[in-house]
Design a protein around this ligand. Structure first.
Ligand code: BTN
Length: 334
């Protein structure tokens, strides 16, 4: 990565994170950043006011002792730089929908890729016009904006590929592996932990703007769901019993999404993509019903093909493929 000059705030945080709990000299920081010691001290006072805490280590400098539990843009950026990545990032207290905000920024000519995050959304939405519960409760509402200039047909597998990547990241980060329900749900024990919504704008026969939206139930507490979602939704913290470091996680997510996008664009993702999906697929081998428009087809899910279509063996023994639709997992015996 070509490291662009970041803000003093980000650079200080990057140095403190790199020290992994060890002390960082204020004098050395000032020298490296080309600012005065007073400027370093002032910046650290600002960080203190935002939920960071530092311990002064005699003759050795500052040690980071407490991190904010809420998303903090400079901290996410510092973590991201530590991973060797950079990505312009907007973090909003509230927005209508991060997908809409990302689309507005693309329309205004913002340089892609970039990410938009919000602590809550007033009009968070999911597939098929559904509402996405978007309270300010420690969950993640994120959108990633790209300008792929790809033929629309290439996008068929995009959300599925992103889903595999989000699953792998969550599994590595939390030590608990989610399942994927075609085409866009992340589940823990049959309850929804996340959903993805990809939206595109076309230019002639190419996709000009692409927004990948992810709602991930990260740290919301058990019992905090509205009644319509109780027993159907779950957060990562609820599933694992431990709150996640949302800033470190968000940086890892951004890094992973950028890498996944690069692999999607250069085509290297295609090799083994369907097998990867099958690793997380909760439908494979299960009796399901697919609703497509007014048509309802029952059968056993066999997985996906290389184009991302869901394969179904119907009761009559026919094999059918679905590019779109709503799947219900049927209850099996007992
Ligand atoms: C679904 O499961 O139907 C998809 C849900 C996608 C929700 C995310 S939250 C961030 C982004 N902004 C939105 O309005 N929707 C997506």
């Amino acid at each position: 990565m070509k490291k662009t000059r970041a803000s003093t705030e980000v650079l200080i945080l990057e140095a403190l994170l790199a020290a992994e709990g060890g002390a960082v000299s204020g004098v050395e920081l000032a020298r490296q950043l080309g600012v005065s010691r007073v400027a370093v001290w002032q910046q650290m006072e600002k960080l203190r006011a935002q939920g960071f805490a530092f311990a002064a280590v005699r003759a050795r400098g500052y040690r980071l002792t407490t991190l904010p539990s809420l998303p903090h843009p400079a901290l996410i950026t510092a973590h991201l730089r530590g991973l060797g990545r950079a990505c312009p990032l907007t973090l909003l207290e509230e927005t209508d929908s991060t997908n809409d905000e990302a689309a507005r920024q693309l329309a205004a000519g913002g340089a892609a890729p970039f990410a938009v995050l919000a602590r809550c959304q007033t009009q968070g939405r999911g597939r098929l016009g559904r509402t996405w519960h978007s309270a300010d409760n420690g969950n993640l509402y994120a959108s990633f904006a790209f300008r792929p200039l790809l033929a629309p047909a290439r996008m068929q597998t995009f959300t599925l590929w992103m889903g595999v990547n989000v699953c792998e990241l969550v599994a590595n980060f939390c030590g608990a592996t989610p399942g994927l329900k075609w085409p866009n749900d992340l589940l823990f024990a049959g309850r929804k932990a996340g959903g993805m919504l990809t939206e595109a704008r076309m230019d002639a026969d190419q996709i000009r703007d692409l927004v990948f939206g992810l709602g991930l139930n990260v740290n919301s507490p058990a019992g905090g769901w509205p009644s319509a979602l109780a027993g159907r939704a779950i957060s990562l913290a609820e599933h694992t019993g431990a709150a996640l470091d949302v800033n470190r996680f968000t940086a890892a997510l951004i890094g992973r999404v950028l890498l996944a996008y690069e692999r999607f664009m250069d085509g290297t993702y295609a090799d083994g993509f369907a097998e990867l999906w099958h690793r997380y697929d909760v439908l494979r081998g299960q009796p399901v019903t697919v609703l497509q428009g007014t048509q309802r087809v029952a059968g056993v899910a066999l997985g996906i093909d290389d184009d991302g279509a869901l394969i179904l063996r119907t009761a009559k023994g026919r094999t059918e493929r679905f590019q779109a639709g709503e799947v219900t997992l049927e209850k099996t015996g007992g």
